[in-house]
Design a binder for this molecule. Structure first.
Ligand SMILES: Nc1ncnc2c1ncn2[C@@H]1O[C@H](COP(=O)(O)OP(=O)(O)O)[C@@H](O)[C@H]1O
Ligand SMILES: Cc1ncsc1CCOP(=O)(O)O
Ligand SMILES: [Mg+2]
Length: 252
């Protein structure tokens, strides 16, 4: 379990992220015990990546220039052995997003892709009814697709939803729990990608185990927050509080 190590080490997480969730993502990382920095200028993306413990590439409100910054940050992170987490937000929604994700995956050795079912389908190149940044609708064996994508890009793949799964292309771990309110606040998925990055940042070669910890802690925090909430508004605040207060014992 890497939660205490994360809180002891307070890893710096460099996020190139979208304008919708940047504040929530930064506050969620702080609440958990990590340290966020948002920096997306091409002039500094690589330098910021070099001094960070993990880099998050999130394509939520993508511009051509952000793709350039992501590649610069990703290439420098890779050269320094720093893990890179990709959140392919809405990858199937437009051809621009899909092409950008595939080009990042070609150029940057991503450590882990954290996505929903629709985004996984887009990366795998299968038919799916995309719906903006949401999972959308389709029929697919998500475990099989995740295994294929993990093998194709030599990375971990975490697919989230009612049930999460994470794989390294061989082993598959499933995580149940969470709460439907997690789909009623924007950025809950984006924050999860940053939380996964913070866990992976302190885990050296045990990235699969760290990702599994992150997904389980996050679903549990979602349950704890929901138990105190009357709706999405206080759920957002209660999720930050739950990330702050959660302990390893809460998973037992
Ligand atoms: N219906 C649900 N029931 C329980 N947990 C959920 C549900 N939908 C999503 N989650 C949780 O919400 C978090 C964000 O996942 P998801 O909604 O798939 O991401 P995104 O917002 O990127 O689509 C994950 O921890 C996931 O397990
Ligand atoms: C609504 C929206 N539009 C572009 S990015 C974004 C946020 C998506 O956040 P999440 O994937 O966590 O729901
Ligand atoms: Mg998302």
């Amino acid at each position: 379990m890497y939660l205490q190590k994360l809180r002891d080490e307070k890893p710096l997480i460099h996020c190139i992220t979208n304008i919708v969730v940047a504040n929530f993502q930064a506050n969620g990382l702080l609440a958990l015990g990590a340290s966020p920095v948002m920096a997306d200028a091409v002039e500094e993306a690589a330098d910021m990546a070099a001094v960070s413990s993990a880099v998050v590439l999130n394509i939520g409100t993508l511009k051509a220039v952000s793709v350039e910054a992501m590649c610069l940050a990703g290439e420098r992170a890779a050269a320094n052995g720093i893990p890179i987490i990709l959140d392919p937000v809405g990858a199937g929604a437009t051809s621009f997003r899909k092409a950008a994700v595939l080009s990042i995956l070609e150029k940057v050795p991503v450590s882990l892709i954290r996505c929903n079912a629709g985004e996984l389908a887009a990366i795998a190149g299968i038919d799916w009814q995309a719906k903006g940044v949401d999972a959308g609708d389709g029929e697919a064996d998500l475990e099989q697709l995740a295994l294929e994508v993990a093998t194709r890009y030599s990375c971990l793949v975490a697919v989230t939803g009612v049930e999460d799964l994470v794989t390294d292309g061989k082993r598959v771990v499933r995580i149940a729990g969470g709460h439907s309110l997690m789909t009623r606040v924007t950025g809950v998925g984006c924050l999860l990608s940053a939380v996964v990055a913070a866990f992976v940042a302190v885990a050296d070669d045990h990235k699969l185990e760290a990702a599994e910890n992150a997904l389980a802690i996050y679903k549990r925090a979602g349950e704890q927050a929901a138990a105190l909430s009357t709706g999405p508004g206080d759920f957002a605040v209660n999720l930050l509080n739950a990330l702050y207060a959660i302990t390893e014992e809460d998973l037992l």
